[in-house]
Design a protein around this ligand. Structure first.
Ligand SMILES: [Zn+2]
Length: 116
C-alpha cells in the first residue's frame, strides 16, 4: 500500500485561551441554609432586600416552603371563613354597596392600564 499523505488535518493546536475565563470560578456557589447544600448562584432567586442580593433559600426550597405555607394558610382561611361566613359575606356586601363607585372606577382603571 502506498503512503498516505495527511493534508489539512486540522490537528494543530488552536488557541483555546477563552476557556480559561469560563472555569469553575465563573460559577459562584451559595450555601442554602434550608437544604444544607452548596448550589450555584443561579439556583437562587435574587432578593433586593437581602444583604447579598440573593435569597437565603434555593429555588427548590423556596418553592417547597411556598407550597407548604400556602396549604396551611388556606386551611386556616377556610376555617375562619366557615366560622364567620355570614359576617364576612355581610361585610363584603356592605363594603361593595358603600364603595360601589370607587370599586367600579378602580376596576375600569385597572383594565385600562393592563390593556395590551
Ligand atoms: Zn435549598
Amino acid at each position: 500500500m502506498g503512503t498516505r499523505s495527511l493534508q489539512g488535518s486540522g490537528g494543530e493546536s488552536k488557541d483555546y485561551g477563552f476557556i480559561a475565563d469560563c472555569g469553575e470560578d465563573a460559577i459562584s456557589l451559595k450555601y442554602c441554609c434550608v437544604c444544607n447544600e452548596d448550589l450555584p448562584l443561579y439556583e437562587f432567586h435574587s432578593d433586593a432586600n437581602r444583604y447579598d442580593g440573593v435569597n437565603h433559600a434555593c429555588r427548590d426550597c423556596r418553592h417547597k416552603h411556598y407550597i407548604e405555607n400556602r396549604n396551611e394558610k388556606s386551611e386556616k382561611n377556610k376555617e375562619h371563613y366557615l366560622k364567620n361566613r355570614d359576617k364576612i359575606l355581610l361585610r363584603v356586601k356592605e363594603y361593595h354597596l358603600k364603595n360601589r363607585d370607587k370599586i367600579l372606577a378602580k376596576m375600569k382603571e385597572y383594565r385600562l392600564k393592563n390593556k395590551h
